[in-house]
Design a protein around this ligand. Structure first.
Ligand SMILES: [Zn+2]
Length: 283
């Protein structure tokens, strides 16, 4: 993975290239930007982890995306240059802030949910750490009760009725390379069983928590052959994957850059990697 400083320097150089030129040269028809949260008041459980985008910044990102790509459901049609949006971790801002903005623009999205956290029953460990940075003695269960950072079952149901797609993000957000294959499969299966109690799931989409880095070939084969998931989604940026059903997405929030700068930089990196035959995620 390229380091932050190099990425940021490249993102400055990239301004001299027109976006259309980069899209054309990359040959990439579909891009998959993803976010977690949009908020004008970054909550304590997130603000110590990564830069949070404001509503204004998000609208600007969408202006850029809609100018050069067509918003698409998944799987996208082959004809057009398209973007497929998704949001991880099932945060309440998805319902309160993100969905209304997307609906106004007629943009669809996939929301990837951790079953253990729905209805604020529990919390992702990194969020607990972010809270503890500010309040070392806080009881995170109390925080869950008062702040309610996660979506409820009712909200998930409503999002689905609004036309959005609901996907799985594991039970409780473990790093997949650190758990064995049996546990990996269980994290997905149980997640879908839980979600299917709330909404109808026609196609099973699963987004890896953190990253699919270090996950073995045998896992992917088992998942697709046994229809544990129809498609899986990683976080490696603009890359092709040796498994066609594993879709790599762009972590827009990672460097705190605008979608325009971030995506243009990723396109340039993809062009360079392809030139050297390194555009494929291999395992
Ligand atoms: Zn996540």
């Amino acid at each position: 993975m390229i380091n932050t400083l190099i990425f940021k320097i490249l993102s400055l150089i990239i301004t001299i290239f027109p976006t259309k030129f980069l899209i054309k040269l990359s040959g990439k028809k579909v891009i998959y930007p993803f976010y977690h949260i949009i908020s004008n008041n970054p909550p304590v459980h997130i603000k110590h982890l990564y830069p949070v985008r404001s509503i204004k910044q998000f609208e600007k990102d969408l202006d850029f995306l809609q100018k050069y790509f067509t918003a698409s459901d998944f799987p996208p049609e082959n004809k057009k240059t398209a973007f497929v949006l998704s949001f991880d971790d099932g945060l309440s801002e998805v319902y309160e802030i993100i969905a209304p903005i997307l609906q106004k623009r007629n943009i669809s999205a996939i929301f990837f949910i951790n079953s253990a956290f729905v209805d604020n029953e529990d919390m992702f460990v990194n969020y607990v750490e972010s809270i503890k940075k500010e309040n070392p003695n806080i009881d995170y269960k109390e925080y869950l009760k008062s702040y309610k950072p996660y979506l409820t079952k009712e909200q998930i149901k409503e999002l689905k009725e609004q036309g959005f797609t609901i996907g799985a993000h594991s039970i409780n957000h473990p790093l997949f390379s650190e758990i064995n294959e049996e546990e990996q499969i269980k994290q997905i299966k149980d997640n879908f069983t839980f979600l299917q109690y709330i909404v109808t799931i026609n196609q099973k989409y699963f987004a890896f928590p953190f990253s699919d880095n270090g996950v073995k070939d045998t896992f992917f084969k088992t998942v697709y052959e046994n229809k544990i998931a129809d498609y899986t989604f990683g976080t490696a940026g603009i890359k092709d994957d040796i498994f066609e059903r594993n879709i790599q997405r762009i972590p827009i929030e990672k460097y705190g850059l605008s979608a325009k700068r971030h995506i243009k930089t990723e396109l340039l990196l993809y062009i360079v990697k392809r030139f050297f035959g390194k555009e494929l995620v291999k395992r």
